[in-house]
Design a protein around this ligand. Structure first.
Ligand code: 2M8
Length: 420
């Protein structure tokens, strides 16, 4: 069984490989996505380290002059996806891209690849990538903390990677959709509509995109004008973790001058996370930076606290209690949203389903923090899900059914890199 699944996971990565970069799955997502590629690199690293480095290097081919690494790289036009390059309308070189970013996991993967083999050619590759990753992290630090809280703000739900999380409902409700031109979605022609965001969500996604496009995706102007500006605990934690890994790389690769700047980012993000703690529910939540309204639900982001290096028992203990409560409600951890919250839907995308990549990060953090019991619970549940339902995009935490796209790259990658 394990060997069969390993072989299948390899073949999924090979099949979705477009020659140096990997698409998440055919049909539904025919382009290179930012954090997908980084997880894919972790999967490739288990059998082809050169290809793993190449995946990350090619992601940075899409980096903008201001340091931003876009969430989608449109290397060639493919009408099976909406919204494509013409709708985004960016003028990026050497190929069109989307106009905002996605969770910055790259530095963490880079450190893993570097530590896997310090052969001179790997150290050279890490050295060449380092300034590009610095520029990306500097972009987050420069533009995405407009209120000075220290947390990371996103300008579009797509930037979070957790597109229809119930926490976005409140900020999205303030987005005016009256001027959204007609459009035709493609996602619901590949996947059952019950597993995807609602039309109302898509209207709002398009309205925000239109504002960003009118700003030419200038990072300062977009933050000023976007109708959706929300601090995201998951990106804040992922960037915090990535900065800790970048700091280690700086020392090992001899970029000593970069260390104080990275240390400053770490301290700011640690402070920023405090502004996302909701004392009422004892969990990390989103903060709408336009209205100052805090999110009301426990999303899987909270369980990335250890991954982010947070050790304070005043935070970790209540989160453990949430974990145990939620584990008593579902058959497979981690649901992307609290099953006790009215916003939870077990099959609808980021409103409840289990995602292998989030499980990987959460479990890794818990293991590093010494919480082997919960870390292993997540890992074993992920194995059961994949054994039962294959390499699906996401899974119901209730009955384990696979949902979304099939033959999914990041699920295969995470299987190889961690689950088995
Ligand atoms: C999903 O998002 C895209 C938009 O970026 C979509 O639904 O069209 C999300 O799950 C995101 O996190 C992921 O990176 C992407 C590709 O797998 O799909």
């Amino acid at each position: 069984m394990g060997a069969d699944l390993d072989a299948l996971a390899h073949s999924i990565l090979r099949d979705n490989d477009q020659g140096g970069y990997t698409i998440p799955t055919k049909g539904l997502y025919p382009y290179q996505w930012n954090w997908d590629s980084v997880f894919v690199a972790m999967g490739f690293a288990t059998f082809d380290l050169d290809r793993a480095w190449q995946e990350i290097e090619n992601l940075f081919q899409g980096q903008w002059d201001d340091g931003m690494v876009p969430h989608i790289l449109f290397r060639k036009n493919d009408p099976s996806y909406f919204p494509g390059p013409d709708i985004w309308g960016t003028k990026s070189e050497p190929f069109p891209t989307s106009g905002h970013s996605q969770p910055p996991v790259a530095a963490t993967a880079m450190r893993d690849l570097f530590e896997q083999s310090r052969a001179p050619e790997n150290a050279e590759r890490a050295k060449a990538l380092f300034p590009k990753v610095m520029a990306w992290h500097r972009w987050w630090a420069t533009y995405r903390d407009p209120k000075g809280h220290g947390s990371v703000a996103i300008v579009h739900p797509w930037e979070s990677g957790r597109d229809n999380l119930p926490d976005w409902d409140e900020p999205l409700s303030n987005v005016d959709t009256t001027n959204v031109p007609d459009y035709v979605r493609k996602d619901t022609s590949h996947v059952a509509p019950e597993m995807r965001p609602l039309k109302q969500d898509y209207d709002r996604y398009m309205a925000i995109l239109t504002v960003g496009k009118a700003c030419g995706w200038d990072p300062k102007e977009t933050v000023e004008k976007t109708p959706f500006l929300v601090a995201d605990p998951a990106i804040t934690m992922i960037l915090l973790r990535a900065n800790r890994d970048l700091l280690v790389l700086a020392e090992k690769l001899g970029y000593l001058d970069a260390m104080p700047e990275i240390q400053g980012w770490i301290e700011r993000l640690e402070k920023g996370l405090e502004s996302l703690w909701n004392p009422k529910i004892q969990a990390y939540v989103t903060r709408n930076l336009r209205t100052d309204v805090l999110g009301t639900g426990v999303s899987s982001a909270s369980f990335l606290a250890s991954y982010a290096g947070i050790t304070d028992p005043k935070v970790i203990e209540p989160l453990k209690a949430h974990f145990d409560r939620i584990a008593g409600k579902v058959n497979y951890m981690l649901p992307s949203y609290d099953p006790d919250h009215p916003g939870f839907e077990h099959m609808r995308y980021w409103r409840g389903p289990v995602w292998a990549v989030v499980n990987y990060m959460a479990s890794r953090g818990m293991r590093e923090a010494g919480d082997h019991l919960r870390s292993e619970k997540i890992r074993k549940d992920t194995v059961r899900l994949i054994q039962q339902s294959g390499f699906a995009e996401y899974f119901s935490p209730v009955d384990g059914a696979g949902a979304g796209g099939n033959s999914f790259s990041w699920t295969a990658a995470v299987w190889l890199a961690w689950a088995t």
